[in-house]
Design a protein around this ligand. Sequence first.
Ligand code: SF4
Length: 329
Amino acid sequence: MSTLQDRFGRRFSYLRLSVTDVCNFRCEYCLPNGYQGGGNDNRYGFLALDEIRRLVIAFTELGTWKVRLTGGEPSVRKDFPEIVRTLNAIPGVQRLAMTTNAYRLARDAGTLREAGIDAINISLDALDAERFERITGDRRFDNVMQGIEAALSAGFSSVKINAVLLRGLNDDQLPVFMEFVRDHPVSVRFIELMRTGTNADYFAQRHVGGAMVREMLDENGWTARERGPGDGPAVEYLHPDYRGTIGLIAPYAPGFCDSCNRLRVTARGGLRLCLFGHGAADLRPLLQHDHQREELKACIVDSLFAKTPGHRLHEGDFGHTPHLAMTGG
Ligand code: SF4
């Protein structure tokens, strides 16, 4: 059991680690103009392999056992398979997951599974090429669909699809996604669009609440499943006639933060206590030598004291989150 506990008794068994801010898609709700930095990782000072290894060892010694690798798009890092192998070799890492836009998953699924990825989440907001391009600014819809098939064949313990709900763009696609999970053993999770520091107009135009998903599921005889240990924020729904499941991530729902179990570290070593929090403790100076481990662990534990009971999105406080690519969602 994680010893990482906040003032509200919540335990943090789950680390979301961003390994790069770079992404090669232009999702209009995240990076509508694409990643402005460009170039290779080291130039932008993203965490190096040894820094990542020291960070994750420290977290596991504090009881964190699930690690999710995110970005930007994590697989744009040339050393990504090496990062996976290194983390997979850390005894305390019991579940190693990643979130990807799957642009080359059809090629990499086997390598990533072999390197140690257990569970894979794929960002996909529409099941047709035209809308896919409209939302992501990219034409590799077929690659992504082949990536999903490759992931299902590669033997990951779970394959999930994350679809951001967007009014007028994909909110009519729920039945299409539902049909997809009839014969695909994947979990499609609909995510409410979240307000960030830079998307006020877009949010006003595109936000749609999760209630429409719940209504559709109720009308079609789906039932909610209990959350398991280490599970993320999604409420999952099952149906006996479907191989897959449907999930809903509704940050605006009451009590959403009561079961928060995750901490985030940015690609430059900033400890984010909340996706919509303010500021980040800079862990990087403590990632330079193995002998700094106890100091690093003490810094993480001390920082946790500042974690708030929940986000304050309803009060119009979006924290220091200009866009979700900077924290890996
Ligand atoms: S919004 Fe913040 S407190 Fe709430 S669940 Fe997410 S990370 Fe936890």
